[in-house]
Design a protein around this ligand. Structure first.
Ligand code: MEV
Length: 331
């Protein structure tokens, strides 16, 4: 049996603006998706993914002809469609046809904005290609993971698939010659807390909503998106200096701009302000918004922030950065 894991991520700066070519800063976190894979002699593909779904359920993907999904609920099928596409992408790229039993577990909520779908896509791409005897690099995993996200969502940036493949804190530059650069962030930048409430709209819907607002209102939204880019450029320097006070202030500015482009909800804003009142230096939505997650930077006040977020009805947990991208844990 082979075991492959891939980390979730938080976007520290620049979500949504990255779709329009502005930079973003995202970090892999110490919460992972794990994929166990073994060969099946009958050529079929069977997937067990109890953690990726709301009610206990098993999905069966049959590999006779095209892969089909069987399941009970739309959300479950949405999560599993990343698995299905990942297998198809590896088949197209490397001609792998082997049958497989795949079991997936996740230490993160699905669809929350922590990059779980990209982590699933990349871990399955790595695990299934290995099973077929093909060794692929982390960069190749990022490229194929991006193709999976694009295939399932219709539109996506390379941010999530790159971070989960490479690990670390990455400065993503969609218009740059190099698509990303790893940032050296001093250990003084710590004390991250994530707050989570369920989503009201998917990432794809939120991206489409911003696009509509941009088309309808024009310049003010264009300016807000460019301003997010400026905040992100400045935050890169603050992070590299380890200036947590400035990083926190810039997170607050970034949140204000995310409010301006219409991706907050009253619950997310309540969580953002609860975190600041409990001692966070900065807090903002992380990910696409419309529900989902907020991130707070609260060195020394992590427990107070977790308690404050729980007091307003959110789930909350502390996270650390992780340097480990997609990793073969056992083979
Ligand atoms: C979602 O985690 C981040 C967005 O910028 C979409 C993307 O970059 O693909 C909203």
């Amino acid at each position: 049996m082979t075991v492959v894991s891939a980390p979730g991520k938080v976007t520290l700066f620049g979500e949504h603006a990255v779709v329009y070519g502005e930079p973003a800063i995202a970090a892999a976190i110490n919460r992972r998706v794990r994929v166990e894979i073994s060969k099946r002699a009958d050529g079929a593909i069977r997937v067990e993914a109890r953690d990726l779904m709301l009610a206990g359920f098993k999905a069966l993907l049959t590999a006779t002809g095209s892969i089909t999904l069987e399941g009970e609920s739309g959300k479950v099928l949405a999560a599993l469609s990343y698995v299905k596409r990942a297998i198809e992408v590896v088949r197209e790229a490397y001609g792998v046809t082997v049958g497989a039993h795949i079991a997936i577990t996740s230490e993160m909520p699905v669809g929350a904005g922590l990059g779980t779908s990209a982590a699933v896509a990349v871990a399955v791409v790595k695990a299934y290609s290995l099973l077929g005897g093909v060794e692929i690099t982390r960069r190749e995993c990022a490229e194929l993971g991006y193709r999976v996200e694009l295939g399932v969502q219709g539109s996506a940036s390379r941010m999530d698939s790159t971070v989960t493949s490479m690990g670390g804190v990455l400065y993503i530059t969609p218009r740059g010659e190099e698509p990303y650069r790893e940032l050296k962030v001093p250990s003084s930048v710590k004390g991250l807390v994530v707050g989570y409430v369920s989503r009201e709209a998917s990432t794809g819907e939120m991206v489409a909503r911003v696009r509509r607002l941009k088309e309808e209102l024009g310049e003010p939204i264009d300016l807000a998106i460019r301003a997010i880019g400026e905040v992100t450029r400045k935050a890169k320097a603050s992070l590299e200096k380890g200036d947590v006070i400035e990083v926190g202030r810039l997170m607050n500015v970034n949140h204000g701009l995310l409010e301006a482009i219409g991706v907050s909800t009253s619950r997310l804003s309540q969580m953002v302000y609860a975190a600041r009142s409990a001692g966070a230096l900065g807090s903002k939505i992380t990910g696409a918004g419309g529900g989902g997650c907020i991130i707070a930077l609260a060195p020394g006040a992590e427990d107070e922030v977790v308690a404050a977020l729980r007091a307003v009805g959110a789930s909350a947990f502390k996270v650390d950065f992780s340097r480990e991208g997609v990793t073969v844990e056992e083979s």
